[in-house]
Design a protein around this ligand. Sequence first.
Ligand SMILES: [Zn+2]
Length: 530
Amino acid sequence: MKTINSNNTRIVSFEELRGLRGVCYVRDSTLDQKDGFGPDIQRRNEERFAQTYGIILNSHWFTEFISGRDASKRREFQKVLEDARLDRFDVLLVDHTSRFGRNQAECIQYKEELKQLGKTVIFVSQGIISGSDRDFLSERINETLDEQYSRNLSRYVSAGLAQKAEHGLHIGPAPLGYKSELTSGKRECKVPDPTTMPILLTALRDYASGKFSQREVANHLSSLGYRTKKGNLFTGNAIKDILGNRFYEGKIIYHEGLPDEVVIDGSHEVSEEVRELWLQCQPIKEKRLLFTRGQPRGPARHFPFSKVLRCQRCHQPYYGETMYQSGNTGLRLTHERHNAGRNCDTWPRSQSIEALSNQFQDRVLSYMVLPDSWKSMITEVTMNDDGYQVDIQEIPRIQKALENLRKQHMWGDLTDKDYRQERVALERQMKFVSPPPQTRHIPNIERAAEILKNMPIMWSHSGVNDEQRESFIQEIFTQITIDGKRITAIEPKSNYAPLFATMVLNPNYGYWETKSPPSPPANNLYTDIL
Ligand SMILES: [Zn+2]
Protein backbone atom coordinates (compact mmCIF):
# COMPACT_ATOMS: atom_id res chain seq x y z
CA MET A 1 0.00 0.00 0.00
CA LYS A 2 1.26 3.43 -0.85
CA THR A 3 1.65 6.05 1.79
CA ILE A 4 2.22 9.43 0.30
CA ASN A 5 3.02 12.30 2.60
CA SER A 6 1.82 15.66 1.51
CA ASN A 7 4.40 18.08 0.23
CA ASN A 8 3.70 20.71 2.82
CA THR A 9 5.74 18.77 5.32
CA ARG A 10 8.92 19.42 3.36
CA ILE A 11 12.08 19.66 5.38
CA VAL A 12 13.80 23.00 5.10
CA SER A 13 16.45 22.90 7.81
CA PHE A 14 18.67 20.26 9.38
CA GLU A 15 17.11 20.82 12.77
CA GLU A 16 13.85 19.34 11.53
CA LEU A 17 15.52 16.01 10.87
CA ARG A 18 15.72 14.90 14.48
CA GLY A 19 13.93 11.64 15.10
CA LEU A 20 13.16 10.93 11.46
CA ARG A 21 13.86 7.54 9.93
CA GLY A 22 16.84 7.54 7.60
CA VAL A 23 18.35 5.22 5.06
CA CYS A 24 21.72 5.50 3.41
CA TYR A 25 22.57 5.08 -0.22
CA VAL A 26 26.17 4.30 -1.12
CA ARG A 27 27.53 3.99 -4.59
CA ASP A 28 30.43 1.69 -5.07
CA SER A 29 32.36 1.99 -8.26
CA THR A 30 35.84 1.09 -9.39
CA LEU A 31 36.46 4.74 -10.12
CA ASP A 32 35.50 5.83 -6.62
CA GLN A 33 37.75 3.20 -5.10
CA LYS A 34 40.64 4.15 -7.28
CA ASP A 35 40.31 7.73 -6.14
CA GLY A 36 40.22 6.72 -2.52
CA PHE A 37 36.55 7.58 -2.11
CA GLY A 38 35.20 4.12 -1.85
CA PRO A 39 32.04 3.04 -0.06
CA ASP A 40 33.60 3.27 3.40
CA ILE A 41 34.17 6.99 3.19
CA GLN A 42 30.70 7.61 1.83
CA ARG A 43 29.25 5.49 4.61
CA ARG A 44 31.21 7.28 7.30
CA ASN A 45 30.12 10.69 6.05
CA GLU A 46 26.50 9.59 6.07
CA GLU A 47 26.76 8.06 9.54
CA ARG A 48 28.37 11.13 10.98
CA PHE A 49 25.63 13.28 9.53
CA ALA A 50 22.91 11.05 10.93
CA GLN A 51 24.52 11.13 14.33
CA THR A 52 24.87 14.90 14.35
CA TYR A 53 21.25 15.49 13.45
CA GLY A 54 19.62 12.69 15.38
CA ILE A 55 18.39 10.73 12.39
CA ILE A 56 17.47 7.15 13.24
CA LEU A 57 19.27 5.00 10.73
CA ASN A 58 17.84 1.80 9.36
CA SER A 59 20.25 -1.10 9.66
CA HIS A 60 19.95 -1.82 5.97
CA TRP A 61 22.30 0.01 3.64
CA PHE A 62 21.64 0.38 -0.04
CA THR A 63 24.95 -0.21 -1.70
CA GLU A 64 25.01 -0.15 -5.44
CA PHE A 65 27.92 -1.47 -7.37
CA ILE A 66 28.36 0.37 -10.60
CA SER A 67 30.99 -0.49 -13.11
CA GLY A 68 31.73 1.26 -16.34
CA ARG A 69 28.98 2.89 -18.24
CA ASP A 70 26.34 0.30 -17.61
CA ALA A 71 24.60 2.09 -14.82
CA SER A 72 21.17 2.01 -16.34
CA LYS A 73 19.68 -0.66 -14.12
CA ARG A 74 20.42 0.83 -10.73
CA ARG A 75 18.86 -2.12 -8.94
CA GLU A 76 19.53 -0.87 -5.46
CA PHE A 77 18.09 2.45 -6.33
CA GLN A 78 14.92 0.74 -7.44
CA LYS A 79 14.78 -0.82 -3.98
CA VAL A 80 15.13 2.60 -2.41
CA LEU A 81 12.12 3.73 -4.40
CA GLU A 82 10.23 0.61 -3.41
CA ASP A 83 10.92 1.28 0.28
CA ALA A 84 9.88 4.87 -0.20
CA ARG A 85 6.55 3.71 -1.61
CA LEU A 86 6.09 1.46 1.41
CA ASP A 87 6.96 4.42 3.65
CA ARG A 88 9.83 2.61 5.31
CA PHE A 89 11.89 5.78 5.73
CA ASP A 90 11.65 9.58 5.74
CA VAL A 91 15.08 10.74 4.73
CA LEU A 92 17.54 9.38 2.19
CA LEU A 93 21.18 10.21 2.86
CA VAL A 94 23.55 10.33 -0.07
CA ASP A 95 27.16 11.37 0.30
CA HIS A 96 27.44 13.63 -2.70
CA THR A 97 25.37 14.78 -5.68
CA SER A 98 27.76 12.96 -7.98
CA ARG A 99 26.95 9.65 -6.24
CA PHE A 100 23.28 9.98 -6.98
CA GLY A 101 22.88 10.18 -10.71
CA ARG A 102 25.21 10.37 -13.61
CA ASN A 103 23.75 13.53 -14.98
CA GLN A 104 21.33 16.26 -14.17
CA ALA A 105 18.42 14.69 -15.96
CA GLU A 106 18.78 11.47 -14.02
CA CYS A 107 19.24 13.31 -10.72
CA ILE A 108 16.15 15.40 -11.26
CA GLN A 109 14.07 12.41 -12.23
CA TYR A 110 15.03 10.40 -9.14
CA LYS A 111 14.60 13.31 -6.82
CA GLU A 112 11.24 14.11 -8.31
CA GLU A 113 10.07 10.54 -7.71
CA LEU A 114 11.17 10.66 -4.10
CA LYS A 115 9.64 14.07 -3.61
CA GLN A 116 6.32 12.80 -4.91
CA LEU A 117 6.54 10.13 -2.24
CA GLY A 118 7.16 12.79 0.40
CA LYS A 119 10.76 11.80 1.02
CA THR A 120 13.68 14.13 1.61
CA VAL A 121 17.08 13.63 -0.01
CA ILE A 122 20.17 15.06 1.64
CA PHE A 123 23.64 15.29 0.17
CA VAL A 124 25.62 15.17 3.35
CA SER A 125 29.09 16.17 2.16
CA GLN A 126 27.78 19.29 0.48
CA GLY A 127 25.19 20.05 3.12
CA ILE A 128 22.42 20.24 0.54
CA ILE A 129 18.78 19.56 1.29
CA SER A 130 17.47 18.60 -2.09
CA GLY A 131 14.70 20.77 -3.38
CA SER A 132 15.02 23.44 -0.71
CA ASP A 133 15.09 27.05 -1.78
CA ARG A 134 18.15 27.64 0.29
CA ASP A 135 20.19 25.16 -1.67
CA PHE A 136 18.65 25.62 -5.07
CA LEU A 137 21.62 27.14 -6.82
CA SER A 138 24.29 25.01 -5.27
CA GLU A 139 22.28 21.90 -5.92
CA ARG A 140 21.79 22.69 -9.58
CA ILE A 141 25.38 23.72 -10.05
CA ASN A 142 26.68 20.64 -8.30
CA GLU A 143 24.52 18.42 -10.42
CA THR A 144 25.79 20.02 -13.56
CA LEU A 145 29.44 19.92 -12.66
CA ASP A 146 31.48 17.38 -14.46
CA GLU A 147 31.84 14.50 -12.06
CA GLN A 148 35.59 14.44 -12.23
CA TYR A 149 35.75 18.14 -11.60
CA SER A 150 33.37 17.94 -8.72
CA ARG A 151 35.39 15.12 -7.23
CA ASN A 152 38.62 17.04 -7.47
CA LEU A 153 37.25 20.17 -5.97
CA SER A 154 34.98 19.39 -3.14
CA ARG A 155 35.84 15.84 -2.18
CA TYR A 156 39.58 15.90 -2.03
CA VAL A 157 39.63 19.13 -0.17
CA SER A 158 37.04 18.26 2.42
CA ALA A 159 38.29 14.75 3.03
CA GLY A 160 41.79 16.07 3.61
CA LEU A 161 40.50 18.64 6.03
CA ALA A 162 38.33 16.14 7.85
CA GLN A 163 41.31 13.92 8.45
CA LYS A 164 43.30 16.83 9.76
CA ALA A 165 40.51 17.90 12.07
CA GLU A 166 40.15 14.40 13.43
CA HIS A 167 43.67 14.66 14.71
CA GLY A 168 42.88 17.89 16.53
CA LEU A 169 44.99 19.99 14.23
CA HIS A 170 44.05 23.54 13.43
CA ILE A 171 43.29 24.15 9.78
CA GLY A 172 44.40 27.21 7.87
CA PRO A 173 46.68 30.09 8.74
CA ALA A 174 47.67 30.61 12.37
CA PRO A 175 45.41 33.02 14.25
CA LEU A 176 46.81 36.11 15.98
CA GLY A 177 49.26 35.23 18.76
CA TYR A 178 50.19 31.93 17.13
CA LYS A 179 52.42 30.71 14.33
CA SER A 180 52.68 27.54 12.29
CA GLU A 181 55.55 25.25 13.06
CA LEU A 182 56.65 21.93 11.64
CA THR A 183 57.19 19.37 14.33
CA SER A 184 58.59 15.88 14.04
CA GLY A 185 59.62 16.51 10.49
CA LYS A 186 56.32 16.70 8.68
CA ARG A 187 53.42 17.54 10.88
CA GLU A 188 52.39 21.15 10.96
CA CYS A 189 51.04 22.58 14.18
CA LYS A 190 50.22 25.92 15.75
CA VAL A 191 52.39 27.21 18.59
CA PRO A 192 52.31 30.49 20.57
CA ASP A 193 54.20 33.28 18.81
CA PRO A 194 56.13 35.48 21.26
CA THR A 195 56.00 38.44 18.84
CA THR A 196 52.28 38.61 18.39
CA MET A 197 51.13 37.11 21.70
CA PRO A 198 51.29 40.53 23.46
CA ILE A 199 48.90 41.96 20.83
CA LEU A 200 46.43 39.17 21.47
CA LEU A 201 46.64 39.60 25.23
CA THR A 202 46.16 43.38 25.01
CA ALA A 203 43.10 42.91 22.81
CA LEU A 204 41.55 40.29 25.07
CA ARG A 205 42.25 42.28 28.26
CA ASP A 206 40.79 45.44 26.77
CA TYR A 207 37.61 43.76 25.66
CA ALA A 208 37.26 41.65 28.81
CA SER A 209 37.27 44.87 30.84
CA GLY A 210 33.87 45.58 29.32
CA LYS A 211 34.77 49.23 28.77
CA PHE A 212 35.57 49.17 25.08
CA SER A 213 33.87 48.35 21.85
CA GLN A 214 35.54 46.13 19.29
CA ARG A 215 36.50 49.15 17.25
CA GLU A 216 37.95 50.93 20.28
CA VAL A 217 40.06 47.88 21.06
CA ALA A 218 41.32 47.92 17.47
CA ASN A 219 42.18 51.60 17.69
CA HIS A 220 44.04 51.00 20.91
CA LEU A 221 46.16 48.29 19.27
CA SER A 222 46.93 50.61 16.39
CA SER A 223 47.89 53.43 18.74
CA LEU A 224 50.35 51.08 20.40
CA GLY A 225 51.99 50.62 17.02
CA TYR A 226 50.71 47.08 16.48
CA ARG A 227 49.90 45.98 12.96
CA THR A 228 48.32 42.91 11.40
CA LYS A 229 50.36 40.21 9.69
CA LYS A 230 49.91 42.05 6.44
CA GLY A 231 51.07 45.31 8.01
CA ASN A 232 47.62 46.89 8.17
CA LEU A 233 45.90 48.66 11.05
CA PHE A 234 43.61 46.51 13.17
CA THR A 235 39.89 46.89 12.54
CA GLY A 236 36.82 46.14 14.62
CA ASN A 237 36.25 43.13 12.39
CA ALA A 238 39.66 41.71 13.24
CA ILE A 239 38.72 41.90 16.91
CA LYS A 240 35.37 40.32 16.15
CA ASP A 241 37.18 37.43 14.47
CA ILE A 242 39.36 36.91 17.52
CA LEU A 243 36.37 36.93 19.85
CA GLY A 244 34.57 34.43 17.65
CA ASN A 245 37.49 32.03 17.20
CA ARG A 246 37.19 29.01 19.47
CA PHE A 247 40.82 28.20 18.78
CA TYR A 248 41.55 30.41 21.82
CA GLU A 249 39.34 28.18 23.88
CA GLY A 250 41.43 25.21 22.79
CA LYS A 251 38.86 23.86 20.34
CA ILE A 252 39.09 22.86 16.70
CA ILE A 253 36.03 23.19 14.55
CA TYR A 254 35.67 21.33 11.34
CA HIS A 255 33.17 22.61 8.76
CA GLU A 256 31.97 25.41 10.96
CA GLY A 257 28.32 26.24 10.38
CA LEU A 258 27.83 23.29 8.05
CA PRO A 259 25.67 20.28 8.76
CA ASP A 260 28.62 18.12 9.62
CA GLU A 261 30.25 20.64 11.91
CA VAL A 262 32.41 18.91 14.47
CA VAL A 263 33.97 20.49 17.55
CA ILE A 264 36.90 18.70 19.11
CA ASP A 265 39.71 19.47 21.53
CA GLY A 266 42.64 20.89 19.64
CA SER A 267 46.14 19.57 20.00
CA HIS A 268 47.50 23.10 20.12
CA GLU A 269 48.57 24.64 23.40
CA VAL A 270 46.47 27.46 24.83
CA SER A 271 47.67 29.15 28.00
CA GLU A 272 45.28 29.40 30.92
CA GLU A 273 45.46 33.18 30.64
CA VAL A 274 44.39 33.30 27.00
CA ARG A 275 41.61 30.79 27.53
CA GLU A 276 40.20 32.60 30.56
CA LEU A 277 40.36 36.04 29.01
CA TRP A 278 38.72 34.77 25.83
CA LEU A 279 35.93 33.11 27.82
CA GLN A 280 35.40 36.31 29.86
CA CYS A 281 34.87 38.18 26.59
CA GLN A 282 32.03 35.93 25.47
CA PRO A 283 29.19 37.14 27.75
CA ILE A 284 30.20 40.74 27.03
CA LYS A 285 29.93 40.09 23.32
CA GLU A 286 26.58 38.36 23.71
CA LYS A 287 25.13 41.20 25.74
CA ARG A 288 26.21 43.80 23.20
CA LEU A 289 24.75 41.75 20.36
CA LEU A 290 21.38 41.68 22.07
CA PHE A 291 21.62 45.36 22.77
CA THR A 292 22.51 46.45 19.27
CA ARG A 293 20.21 44.05 17.47
CA GLY A 294 17.26 46.39 18.06
CA GLN A 295 14.11 46.26 15.99
CA PRO A 296 13.61 43.26 13.78
CA ARG A 297 14.22 44.16 10.19
CA GLY A 298 11.78 43.50 7.41
CA PRO A 299 12.35 40.55 5.11
CA ALA A 300 15.51 40.88 3.06
CA ARG A 301 14.75 42.00 -0.46
CA HIS A 302 16.59 40.77 -3.44
CA PHE A 303 16.94 42.74 -6.61
CA PRO A 304 17.97 40.77 -9.66
CA PHE A 305 20.17 42.97 -11.88
CA SER A 306 21.32 45.20 -9.05
CA LYS A 307 25.04 45.96 -9.14
CA VAL A 308 25.06 44.68 -12.71
CA LEU A 309 22.59 46.98 -14.50
CA ARG A 310 24.09 50.21 -15.81
CA CYS A 311 22.90 53.17 -17.82
CA GLN A 312 24.09 53.28 -21.40
CA ARG A 313 24.30 57.06 -21.39
CA CYS A 314 26.15 57.90 -18.20
CA HIS A 315 27.44 54.46 -17.20
CA GLN A 316 26.10 54.89 -13.67
CA PRO A 317 24.57 51.90 -11.91
CA TYR A 318 20.94 51.30 -11.04
CA TYR A 319 19.86 50.71 -7.46
CA GLY A 320 17.22 48.53 -5.91
CA GLU A 321 14.20 50.27 -4.40
CA THR A 322 11.08 48.98 -2.66
CA MET A 323 7.83 50.75 -3.47
CA TYR A 324 4.73 50.55 -1.34
CA GLN A 325 1.54 51.26 -3.16
CA SER A 326 -1.97 50.54 -1.97
CA GLY A 327 -0.80 47.74 0.27
CA ASN A 328 1.40 46.09 -2.32
CA THR A 329 5.13 45.93 -2.39
CA GLY A 330 6.88 46.45 -5.68
CA LEU A 331 10.55 45.95 -6.35
CA ARG A 332 12.17 48.33 -8.81
CA LEU A 333 15.57 49.33 -10.02
CA THR A 334 16.08 53.05 -10.23
CA HIS A 335 18.56 55.39 -11.85
CA GLU A 336 18.16 58.09 -9.25
CA ARG A 337 20.02 57.58 -6.02
CA HIS A 338 23.41 58.20 -4.50
CA ASN A 339 24.01 60.83 -7.20
CA ALA A 340 23.78 58.17 -9.87
CA GLY A 341 22.18 59.44 -13.04
CA ARG A 342 21.47 62.85 -11.59
CA ASN A 343 22.58 64.67 -14.73
CA CYS A 344 21.36 62.04 -17.09
CA ASP A 345 18.38 62.59 -19.38
CA THR A 346 17.48 58.92 -19.70
CA TRP A 347 13.79 58.01 -19.37
CA PRO A 348 12.07 56.28 -17.63
CA ARG A 349 14.06 56.69 -14.45
CA SER A 350 13.17 53.30 -13.05
CA GLN A 351 11.77 49.94 -14.04
CA SER A 352 10.05 47.18 -12.13
CA ILE A 353 11.98 44.01 -11.55
CA GLU A 354 9.19 42.11 -13.21
CA ALA A 355 9.39 44.12 -16.42
CA LEU A 356 13.16 43.83 -16.48
CA SER A 357 12.93 40.12 -15.87
CA ASN A 358 10.54 39.64 -18.76
CA GLN A 359 12.59 41.74 -21.07
CA PHE A 360 15.72 39.88 -20.09
CA GLN A 361 13.98 36.64 -20.92
CA ASP A 362 12.77 37.82 -24.31
CA ARG A 363 15.74 39.79 -25.46
CA VAL A 364 18.66 38.00 -23.88
CA LEU A 365 17.86 34.53 -22.68
CA SER A 366 16.00 33.40 -25.76
CA TYR A 367 19.14 34.01 -27.78
CA MET A 368 21.45 32.35 -25.32
CA VAL A 369 21.65 29.07 -27.15
CA LEU A 370 24.95 27.23 -27.08
CA PRO A 371 25.74 25.49 -30.35
CA ASP A 372 26.43 21.79 -30.02
CA SER A 373 29.90 22.37 -31.33
CA TRP A 374 30.82 24.94 -28.67
CA LYS A 375 33.66 22.88 -27.32
CA SER A 376 35.41 22.33 -30.61
CA MET A 377 34.83 25.97 -31.53
CA ILE A 378 36.59 27.12 -28.40
CA THR A 379 39.42 24.66 -28.71
CA GLU A 380 39.98 25.80 -32.26
CA VAL A 381 40.17 29.43 -31.24
CA THR A 382 42.54 28.88 -28.38
CA MET A 383 44.86 26.80 -30.51
CA ASN A 384 45.26 29.67 -32.88
CA ASP A 385 47.37 31.98 -30.78
CA ASP A 386 49.15 33.65 -33.66
CA GLY A 387 46.04 35.29 -34.98
CA TYR A 388 45.83 37.42 -31.90
CA GLN A 389 49.42 38.47 -31.64
CA VAL A 390 49.07 40.91 -34.51
CA ASP A 391 46.01 42.53 -33.04
CA ILE A 392 47.46 43.02 -29.61
CA GLN A 393 49.83 45.58 -31.07
CA GLU A 394 46.83 47.70 -31.89
CA ILE A 395 45.94 48.15 -28.24
CA PRO A 396 48.33 51.04 -27.42
CA ARG A 397 47.15 52.93 -30.51
CA ILE A 398 43.53 52.70 -29.45
CA GLN A 399 44.36 53.58 -25.87
CA LYS A 400 46.10 56.71 -27.12
CA ALA A 401 43.11 57.62 -29.28
CA LEU A 402 40.79 57.21 -26.31
CA GLU A 403 42.98 59.42 -24.22
CA ASN A 404 43.03 62.17 -26.87
CA LEU A 405 39.31 61.93 -27.19
CA ARG A 406 38.89 62.47 -23.47
CA LYS A 407 41.12 65.54 -23.62
CA GLN A 408 39.22 67.05 -26.52
CA HIS A 409 35.99 66.50 -24.65
CA MET A 410 37.41 68.09 -21.53
CA TRP A 411 38.54 71.17 -23.45
CA GLY A 412 35.11 71.53 -24.96
CA ASP A 413 36.20 70.75 -28.51
CA LEU A 414 33.72 67.89 -28.69
CA THR A 415 30.03 67.83 -27.84
CA ASP A 416 28.87 65.23 -25.36
CA LYS A 417 27.10 63.39 -28.11
CA ASP A 418 30.11 63.23 -30.42
CA TYR A 419 32.30 62.18 -27.56
CA ARG A 420 29.98 59.34 -26.67
CA GLN A 421 29.78 58.10 -30.23
CA GLU A 422 33.51 58.19 -30.76
CA ARG A 423 34.19 56.51 -27.48
CA VAL A 424 31.80 53.68 -28.15
CA ALA A 425 33.41 53.08 -31.54
CA LEU A 426 36.89 52.98 -30.03
CA GLU A 427 35.84 50.73 -27.20
CA ARG A 428 34.42 48.31 -29.73
CA GLN A 429 37.70 48.21 -31.59
CA MET A 430 39.48 47.64 -28.34
CA LYS A 431 37.34 44.67 -27.56
CA PHE A 432 38.04 43.19 -30.93
CA VAL A 433 41.80 43.39 -30.67
CA SER A 434 42.00 42.32 -27.04
CA PRO A 435 43.24 38.79 -26.60
CA PRO A 436 40.52 36.25 -25.90
CA PRO A 437 40.08 35.33 -22.28
CA GLN A 438 42.06 32.40 -21.03
CA THR A 439 40.14 29.30 -22.00
CA ARG A 440 42.62 26.54 -21.43
CA HIS A 441 41.09 25.72 -18.10
CA ILE A 442 38.43 23.49 -19.56
CA PRO A 443 36.63 22.37 -16.36
CA ASN A 444 35.62 25.96 -15.73
CA ILE A 445 34.32 26.30 -19.24
CA GLU A 446 32.32 23.12 -18.98
CA ARG A 447 30.77 24.18 -15.75
CA ALA A 448 29.97 27.56 -17.27
CA ALA A 449 28.44 25.86 -20.30
CA GLU A 450 26.17 23.76 -18.13
CA ILE A 451 25.00 26.78 -16.22
CA LEU A 452 24.29 28.67 -19.44
CA LYS A 453 22.39 25.76 -20.89
CA ASN A 454 20.16 25.59 -17.86
CA MET A 455 19.74 29.29 -17.37
CA PRO A 456 16.69 29.85 -19.62
CA ILE A 457 14.74 27.07 -17.92
CA MET A 458 15.75 28.13 -14.45
CA TRP A 459 14.98 31.79 -15.05
CA SER A 460 11.31 31.25 -15.70
CA HIS A 461 10.85 28.31 -13.36
CA SER A 462 8.12 28.90 -10.81
CA GLY A 463 10.29 27.57 -8.00
CA VAL A 464 12.97 30.18 -8.58
CA ASN A 465 12.93 33.31 -6.45
CA ASP A 466 14.51 36.73 -6.84
CA GLU A 467 17.46 35.85 -4.68
CA GLN A 468 18.33 33.00 -7.01
CA ARG A 469 17.81 35.16 -10.08
CA GLU A 470 20.10 37.73 -8.59
CA SER A 471 22.81 35.14 -8.10
CA PHE A 472 22.44 33.83 -11.64
CA ILE A 473 22.95 37.30 -13.04
CA GLN A 474 25.94 37.92 -10.84
CA GLU A 475 27.38 34.55 -11.68
CA ILE A 476 27.35 35.21 -15.42
CA PHE A 477 27.46 38.93 -16.16
CA THR A 478 29.76 41.76 -15.22
CA GLN A 479 27.43 44.29 -16.76
CA ILE A 480 24.05 44.67 -18.38
CA THR A 481 23.46 47.98 -20.09
CA ILE A 482 20.10 49.65 -20.39
CA ASP A 483 19.05 52.72 -22.32
CA GLY A 484 16.04 53.95 -20.45
CA LYS A 485 13.67 51.16 -21.20
CA ARG A 486 15.58 48.74 -23.37
CA ILE A 487 18.40 46.43 -22.45
CA THR A 488 21.01 47.22 -25.06
CA ALA A 489 24.09 45.22 -24.19
CA ILE A 490 25.40 42.48 -21.99
CA GLU A 491 28.91 41.80 -20.88
CA PRO A 492 29.62 38.29 -19.68
CA LYS A 493 32.29 37.47 -17.13
CA SER A 494 35.56 36.39 -18.64
CA ASN A 495 35.01 32.67 -18.11
CA TYR A 496 31.67 32.93 -19.91
CA ALA A 497 32.89 35.16 -22.72
CA PRO A 498 34.16 32.42 -25.04
CA LEU A 499 30.83 30.63 -24.73
CA PHE A 500 28.96 33.78 -25.66
CA ALA A 501 31.26 34.10 -28.63
CA THR A 502 30.22 30.65 -29.83
CA MET A 503 26.56 31.65 -29.50
CA VAL A 504 27.16 34.69 -31.66
CA LEU A 505 28.91 32.64 -34.28
CA ASN A 506 26.33 29.90 -34.17
CA PRO A 507 25.01 29.66 -37.73
CA ASN A 508 21.72 28.13 -36.64
CA TYR A 509 20.63 30.72 -34.16
CA GLY A 510 22.54 33.93 -34.56
CA TYR A 511 22.59 35.76 -31.31
CA TRP A 512 21.21 39.00 -32.66
CA GLU A 513 18.85 37.58 -35.17
CA THR A 514 16.79 40.69 -35.58
CA LYS A 515 14.27 42.55 -37.61
CA SER A 516 14.76 46.07 -36.38
CA PRO A 517 17.93 48.15 -36.25
CA PRO A 518 20.84 47.23 -38.49
CA SER A 519 23.42 44.92 -37.04
CA PRO A 520 26.30 46.56 -35.28
CA PRO A 521 29.72 46.16 -36.85
CA ALA A 522 30.46 42.49 -37.15
CA ASN A 523 33.55 42.77 -35.02
CA ASN A 524 31.55 43.45 -31.92
CA LEU A 525 31.13 39.90 -30.82
CA TYR A 526 28.92 39.83 -27.83
CA THR A 527 28.11 43.21 -26.44
CA ASP A 528 25.23 44.22 -28.66
CA ILE A 529 22.15 42.15 -28.64
CA LEU A 530 20.01 44.52 -30.67
ZN1 LIG B 1 22.34 57.59 -17.01
